[in-house]
Design a protein around this ligand. Structure first.
Ligand SMILES: Cc1cc2nc3c(=O)[nH]c(=O)nc-3n(C[C@H](O)[C@H](O)[C@H](O)COP(=O)(O)O)c2cc1C
Length: 403
């Protein structure tokens, strides 16, 4: 059964939801699924924008055939050749041997590496090239590292549609809704959009900033990403989020507390700190156990919140492994411009604080609060005073933060 949506008089959405995959990129949990979006322009020529993951190929091909009817497929634009979008390319080529594939030189190289046999059907485009397909003229804009080196976006100069590749995407199956105004994005989607962006593209903030700069000069009327809802209004909302995320500017004045604890003593100190922050009037406080919260969630919160508390036990003269993993991810994803407070715990050689500080020092523009806390096994009269001191310093620092 085909399942397509009309976007404009001559543009169709052919995307398919994936609900059975547990881990996106075999790393990130997607409890709400994900959509693989693809678009078909029915002009004097027919133009397909990107394909879909192999997992949904059967439904996807049915969607193409339904919209094409008895017309042939003239062109396929590959904005991003990562397999979650390009894996069905080979099947499209088999079904439509007449199709010509439009993409960047780098993308054709990767298609070759992945074994997609384009043969003589490739048309290479680069920055600023345009092609007319009848009524519609499409401009091609390079978008390297958003999120692979070969990526580009396509802009329909005729009606202002931006085919945005992985930019403006989100985890989450669409479940019949397509447009941003058919969902409550700020209530139901923003967390997954943030988690998608920060974990998938977060490392490449400067590249996203470059693309945003290019996009700011375009009269955009529609944003068609490769995952998640299509934007046809409230561009300011999503552009502001992207500007913040890609410039590592926090969205929320508040404190994210992440603790790693085996027997509960570090946990108790972390929760007591949260309690004192809230009693001090700071209500934007989140507490997470690093062992039971997926690191992709922690990364998304770390990009969202202005302040972070890392509370970790010492483990074999190192940082508690799940906390170390979180720190490595923060570093790998280029997180910067945060204020961080450190709590450490150990029973005989307490070094986790020093080691966490070393990792933070290697990140950009991380401010470490002077008020730190060392727990020797448990919180007691000797060290309990550090909690209110840290709470006060955090409250003052949050109050002084401009976002
Ligand atoms: C496998 C293992 C390795 C540990 N390694 C160290 C260590 O190198 N240095 C240290 O001071 N404590 C070490 N500890 C002790 C814990 O860090 C310490 O007991 C801490 O107080 C536990 O805090 P919690 O109650 O929050 O789990 C280790 C504990 C375990 C189980």
């Amino acid at each position: 059964m085909h399942s397509v949506r009309k976007i404009t008089d001559d543009l169709y959405f052919l995307g398919v939801d994936e609900r059975r995959l547990h881990l996106f990129e075999n790393i990130h949990p997607i409890a709400r699924g994900v959509s693989y979006n693809s678009y078909l322009l029915m002009d004097e020529k027919t133009v397909l924008f990107d394909t879909a993951d192999w997992a949904v190929c059967r439904q996807y091909l049915e969607n193409i055939e339904y919209v094409l009817g008895d017309r042939s497929l003239d062109y396929l634009v590959v904005n991003h050749m990562e397999p979650d979008h390009a894996a069905s390319l080979q099947q499209v080529l088999i079904a439509h041997p007449e199709v010509q594939v439009i993409s960047t030189e780098k993308a054709f190289g990767y298609m070759n590496q992945f074994g997609y046999d384009i043969g003589e059907r490739g048309i290479t485009v680069t920055e600023g090239d345009t092609m007319s397909f009848g009524k519609h003229t499409i401009a091609f804009v390079l978008a390297p590292m958003v999120h692979w080196p070969e990526a580009m976006v396509s802009f329909d100069l005729t009606d202002g549609t931006l085919f945005a590749a992985d930019a403006f995407g989100s985890f989450g199956a669409l479940n019949g809704a397509l447009f941003n105004d058919e969902v409550n994005f700020d209530r139901d989607w923003i967390d997954d959009a943030r988690r998608y962006y920060t974990n998938i593209v977060g490392k490449y903030g400067p590249h996203v900033q470059l693309l945003l700069g290019k996009a700011s000069g375009l009269p955009i009327k529609l944003i068609c990403p490769l995952h998640g809802p299509v934007w046809r209004s409230e561009f300011g909302y999503i552009l502001d989020k992207y500007n913040r995320w890609s410039s590592y500017t926090p969205e929320t004045k508040g404190v994210l507390i992440v603790y790693g604890s085996m027997y509960g003593n570090t946990e108790a100190a972390a929760v007591e700190l949260a309690s004192q922050l809230i009693q001090g009037g700071l209500l934007n406080v989140k507490v997470f156990d690093v062992s039971s919260t997926h690191v992709s969630e922690l990364i998304a919160y770390a990009f969202q919140y202005s302040h972070i508390v890392l509370a970790s036990v010492t483990y074999n003269l190192g940082i508690y492994p799940p906390m170390h993993n979180f720190l490595m991810d923060m570093k790998a994803l280029n997180l910067q411009k945060r204020t961080v407070a450190i709590m450490e715990n150990g029973s005989w050689a307490c070094v986790s604080g020093k080691l966490m500080q070393k990792e933070l020092d290697e990140m950009k523009e991380m401010t470490i609060l002077n008020e730190q806390m060392t727990i020797l096994s448990s919180v007691n009269e000797a060290n309990a005073g550090a909690i209110p001191a840290m709470a006060e310093a955090l409250i003052d620092s949050v109050a002084a933060t401009e976002i």
